[in-house]
Design a protein around this ligand. Structure first.
Ligand code: ATP
Ligand code: MG
Length: 396
């Protein structure tokens, strides 16, 4: 067992010593069997939240109404969720009722895919009630039980299916694909931001082509915020095979650039998906840079608006979309810019007011920007004397 499990083993042992069952469950079991690194450990238990809190002295109520309590142990936090069943789902996204149960089998049954419905005992024994191990070996994503019912209960699971197809580079079982085809319209019941998160993960996965292919053939794309009217873009993306995107910004920039959205339409579009202002700003800058890259019109002024991260993201997208560029030259040109931040300009607004006699207001800002461009394009040296002379000329 990986060290993360060994560290958490005493927690499971303690729950068992109090007379309850406890298992590692979900993504951490799947990823361990695949030999992939773990990001978080989830524990499922027959103990009710109040019982967990009685066993451990230090806990945090992270989602107690859903049965989740975080146990603090040796500086680590372990999310522990009581076995539960869900029922209702009248809105196609959330159960009307969550019921705590004492049986592991019932808990595993409510999970989305067989590869996510494995449980691991602290002894290393795997509990596999739905042939998840078989599907893991065969690289298959298959709904637990009847796919039609499962997607009807929670439509987000369809996006999770295509996201896992990309992340794990797995195929989706034909019946599960059929279930997505039959229920695709229900995705419109799901909040855009939750769909968006899955879409970003899809683009950041190992093989986005796989997930996108299924979105196309099942028409799921028609109900996603980014891709609804982008069938041809999607077909172009499916044909790509150089995928490597490491951030939501590069994922979004890929979509925006491939979709050919006009620069000024990007903020409103991304706002509809409830993305943060920072993320929107970064994406737009990266797309602007890509546009210049493709037209071979990268100017010092544009480079000046980049930074190391943005240049890396633009590079990733350019690689994926086969936009010809020489990253080494770009990085060198960036390094060699005379200034990398407006604070590095050798003269301040205050100096221009006192020495050159420019009045505070719009003209001041305009002249500062002109000085900046002059320095960036090497038309002026970044020295007070040169800048004061130029500012006097610009003032007229
Ligand atoms: P990741 O690597 O993204 O964390 P994960 O499989 O751990 O993948 P989580 O969203 O963390 O995914 O969920 C943990 C577990 O909870 C899943 O493995 C699955 O068993 C269950 N689960 C999560 N979301 C759903 C859902 N919408 N429907 C059914 N089961 C779900
Ligand atoms: Mg997880």
């Amino acid at each position: 067992l990986p060290t993360e499990f060994k560290e958490a083993e005493p927690v499971l042992a303690q729950i068992e010593a109090a007379g309850f069952e406890a298992y590692f469950v979900g993504g951490c079991v799947r990823d361990t069997i695949l030999g992939q690194p773990l990001h978080d450990i989830d524990i499922a238990t027959s103990a009710y939240p109040s019982e967990i809190k009685a066993i451990f002295s230090r806990t945090v109520d992270t989602g107690i109404e859903h049965g989740t309590v975080m146990i603090l142990d040796h500086g680590k936090g372990y999310e522990t969720t009581t076995f539960r069943t869900e029922s209702g789902y009248q809105d196609f996204r959330r159960p009307d009722e969550v019921t705590f149960v004492r049986s592991l089998a019932e808990d595993l049954q409510r999970r989305d895919f067989t590869i996510n419905a494995l449980a691991l005992k602290r002894t290393g024994e795997v509990i596999d009630l739905f042939d998840g191990l078989h599907d893991l070996t065969n690289c298959l994503i298959r709904a637990v039980g009847n796919p039609d019912e499962r997607f009807h209960e929670d439509a987000l699971r369809m996006m999770r299916a295509v996201r896992f197809a990309s992340q794990l580079d797995f195929e989706i079982d034909p019946e599960t694909i059929q279930g997505i085809t039959d229920n695709a319209t229900l995705l419109s019941k799901i909040a855009v931001e939750r769909i968006q998160v899955e879409l970003e993960k899809l683009f950041m996965g190992t093989n986005p082509t796989r997930g996108l292919q299924v979105m196309l053939e099942t028409n799921l794309f028609k109900y996603t915020p980014t891709l609804a009217d982008q069938r041809t873009t999607l077909q172009d993306l499916v044909a790509l095979d150089n995928w490597y995107l490491t951030s939501p910004v590069s994922a979004l920039a890929t979509l925006m650039f491939a979709g050919g959205y006009a620069d000024e339409t990007i903020p409103d579009l991304l706002k509809q998906w409830k993305l943060s202002n920072d993320c929107i700003k970064e994406t737009r800058l990266v797309v602007q840079f890509l546009d210049a890259l493709q037209k071979q019109q990268v100017t010092p002024e544009l480079l000046f608006r980049m930074n190391a991260k943005r240049l890396q993201w633009a590079h990733e997208v350019a690689q994926v979309l086969n936009i010809e560029h020489d990253q080494a030259t770009i990085l060198r040109d960036y390094e060699e810019l005379p200034i990398h931040d407006s604070h590095e300009l050798a003269i301040k607004g205050g100096d221009l007011i006192t020495t050159v006699g420019i009045k505070p207001g719009p003209q001041l800002g305009q002249i500062i920007r002109q000085l900046q461009v002059a320095v960036l394009t090497q038309k002026a040296k970044n020295q007070p004397i040169d800048l004061i002379a130029l500012a006097s000329k610009l003032k007229g």
